[in-house]
Design a protein around this ligand. Structure first.
Ligand code: HEM
Ligand SMILES: [Cu+2]
Length: 534
């Protein structure tokens, strides 16, 4: 740490940045890499959103209107893959890159060259994935869960490109996670003890452990698929002594922790924003850390709640049912703490706070439908219906996406040196809030009434709910273009932001000027009890 600081010192006085395209290609700067991750995620968000709108256009009415069923299947699959691996995960990694060094008083990430590499392989992976849509036989059409034998025996030829791109995304995520862990363990400024770290750093540290534990499992799953497809193995083929249900076990052993990877950083964001705008310290800091760790631990022992209908033994059904319900306990602790933080606070409702509150409320709705799905006997009715689609979109859109949007508004003044337009941001919030519910709430009802997911056509009895969802989806999609406009406007100009534009905010990131200089904390700050975050 000390050696690093001395080494970087000459950069302190003049804030040089390299220029031109090579700045971005060769950069090892955590802020540049963070920005590239965030822009990449936004591009993927718009791409995946476009696909969602194609899906919703087809589902606006019963009957086949626009697409062949096989193209529809490719859209649901690639939409899911692009949103999960292209939008949510890179957005969180971008926030980690920008904010973790600033929050722990480090000059950069611990492994800056690896950082450059872990970003730049991502566009390669996604170009390959998206190009597979144009290959003969079409792109992946087996759902983002790519169950065997749909993805092995019956997968289109382009599946091999899908496999390769998942390998590359996995390598990128693992490198990003190693970087976060090494940075947090080695680069904290003097006095920044673990229990003084901002919760965003804590939740990301725990996320990073989830990532290095499960991304290799995903890589294993796609590798077994590859050998089943081309090298004569029968891991997932019953005719050769294998078992397609094994695929689901391996996939969901990755997949359930993955859903926490897509939410824990948002927990950290809410834990930064809510105290700032309630002007009170976070209620129950330590319990937040322990609750996050408990959720992460439990996420490894609940995977078969995705497989209640596959015929697992009764003891298994019971174990996975109770283990899943147990997750509601630490999650409840967190919700309680956020509410208690707001209780009797002097709250104001700027855009970051609005998105953070909507996150708490709507994520809780998604949590409740999760507990409903966790009940094995009733899951036999809900499984593979639109109720599931409603559930995971309530946790993902208001959870992962609203969390990220809240973070962007909260830290945009620090990144750009300008204040965004509060009026436009409030408009962005209210439109998003209305349309997210209009899109996804009716899906609960169509699902409970029995509408299956991943179908391009449906019974006329589901027509009204689907029309509402489609109208909501187009509104929600268009509203996000307003977000893009607000961001560009803020980068280009606007009122100058103070070093600490939010009077209730705490933490080291607010001790450096806005915009944050290219190099920060070349000389580490010293953290004492008085200026500690918690
Ligand atoms: C305007 C916003 C969005 C709309 C209208 C939308 C709509 C849809 C629809 C209609 C499906 C297909 C459901 C089915 O037939 O099975 C779907 C699937 C999915 N969506 Fe979204 N979505 C949106 C945003 C998101 C976001 C932000 C994420 C991730 C954070 C996401 C993740 C997924 C996943 C994982 C699937 C499952 C794909 C699969 O079945 O393989 N979606 N979405
Ligand atoms: Cu799960």
């Amino acid at each position: 740490m000390g050696a690093h600081a001395a080494h970087d010192h000459h950069d302190d006085h003049h804030d040089h940045k390299p220029t031109g395209i090579t700045r971005w290609l060769y950069t090892t700067n955590h802020k540049d890499i963070g920005s590239m991750y965030l822009w990449f995620a936004f591009a993927m968000f718009l791409t995946g959103g476009f696909m969602a709108l194609l899906i919703r256009a087809e589902l606006f009415q019963p009957g086949l209107q626009f697409f062949e069923p096989s193209f529809f299947n490719q859209m649901t699959t690639v939409h899911g893959l692009v949103m999960v691996f292209g939008a949510v995960m890179p957005a969180f990694t971008g926030l980690a890159n920008w904010m973790i060094p600033l929050m722990i008083g480090a000059p950069d990430m611990a492994l800056p060259r690896m950082n450059n590499w872990s970003f730049w392989i991502l566009p390669v992976a996604f170009l390959m994935l998206i190009s597979s849509l144009f290959m003969s036989g079409g792109g992946p059409n087996f759902g983002w869960t790519f169950y065997a034998p749909l993805s092995t025996t019956y997968g289109p030829p382009s599946t091999d490109f899908f496999i390769f791109s998942v390998h590359i995304m996995g390598i990128s995520s693992i490198m990003g996670a190693i970087n976060v862990i090494v940075t947090v363990f080695n680069m904290r400024a003097p006095g920044m003890t673990l229990m003084r770290m901002p919760l965003f750093v804590w939740t990301w540290l725990i996320t990073a452990f989830l990532l290095i534990m499960v991304m290799p499992v995903l890589a294993g799953a796609v590798t077994m698929m590859l050998t089943d497809r081309h090298f004569g193995t029968d891991f997932f083929n019953a005719a050769g002594g294998g078992d397609p249900v094994l695929f689901q076990h391996v996939f969901w052993f990755f997949g359930h922790p993955e859903v926490y990877i897509m939410i824990l950083p948002s927990f950290g964001i809410a834990s930064a924003i809510i105290p700032a705008f309630a002007r009170k310290p976070l209620f129950g800091y330590a319990s937040m850390v322990y609750a996050t760790a408990s959720i992460a631990f439990l996420s490894f022992v609940v995977w078969a709640h995705h497989m209640f209908t596959t015929g697992i033994p009764l003891g298994g059904e019971l174990f996975f049912m109770y283990a899943t319900m147990l997750i509601a306990v630490p999650t409840g602790v967190k919700i309680f703490n956020w509410v208690a933080t707001m209780w009797k606070g002097s709250m104001t409702f700027e855009a970051p706070m609005l998105f953070a509150i909507a996150f708490v409320v709507l994520f809780t709705i998604g949590g409740f439908s999760g507990v409903m799905l966790a009940m094995a006997p009733v899951d036999f009715q809900y499984h593979d219906t639109y109720f599931v689609v409603a559930h995971f979109h309530y946790v993902l859109f208001p959870g992962a996406i609203f969390g990220t949007i809240a973070a962007v508004y909260y830290w945009l003044p620090k990144w750009t040196g300008h204040m965004y337009s509060e009026g436009l941001a409030k408009l962005h919030f209210w439109l998003s809030m209305i349309f997210v519910n209009l899109t996804f709430f009716p899906m609960h009802f169509s699902g409970l009434a029995g509408m299956p997911r991943r179908i391009p056509d449906y019974n006329v009895m589901f027509a009204d709910f689907n029309m509402l969802s489609s109208i909501g989806a187009f509104g929600l999609g268009l509203t996000q273009l307003l977000f893009l406009w607000i961001i560009i406007k803020t980068i280009k100009g606007g009122p100058k932001a103070a070093a600490k534009p939010w009077d209730g905010a705490h933490g080291l990131e607010w001790t450096v000027p806005s915009p944050a200089p290219y190099h920060t904390f070349s000389t580490p700050p010293v953290i004492t009890d008085e200026n500690a975050h918690s």
